[in-house]
Design a protein around this ligand. Sequence first.
Ligand code: ADP
Length: 169
Amino acid sequence: MTARKRIGLYPGTFDPITLGHIDIIERAVKMVDELVIGVAVNRDKGPLFALEERVKMVTAEMAGIAKKNGVVIKVIPFESLLMKFAEQMKANFIVRGLRAVSDFEYEFQMVGMNQKLNDDIETVFLMADVRYQFIASRLVKEIARLGGDIDAFVPAAVAEALRKTFAKA
Ligand code: ADP
């Protein structure tokens, strides 16, 4: 019998991808054969970057990580209900990152609801390295908008994209 391929799904808005997200991805790939990074359309959050740009930025950072860890990483946009998307992707589990206590309440509720929708797909939580735990896309955008230095929070290409976006504004 061949072992079943372990597929993890890491969903998020990634507006834009930060070193915090990347740290979680580097931890998640150790647990799977394939990691799907689901980029949510998330119109409610009023994203700064268009969906295609977010997907492109995430994809650009993944080649090195996939090669180094010998795993397949797919970056796929989605608009449907998370659990439906997870089923489509044949994911065994969903990966979420936990920062401070502030993330806990929301994530706690989400897991409760998602278990009702599909109890076979587990949610696992990973913590980023202490150096990256405080990073949030929302704050990175705020700092960039005000002309601050964001190089310590995002990959170089993302920092460049943020600078360009706010230079235009
Ligand atoms: P969402 O809109 O789903 O919260 P995000 O792109 O903001 O999307 O985050 C995706 C996931 O990554 C979430 O589980 C979030 O808690 C986690 N995450 C974001 N930044 C960090 C970080 N610095 N450390 C650990 N986890 C993080």
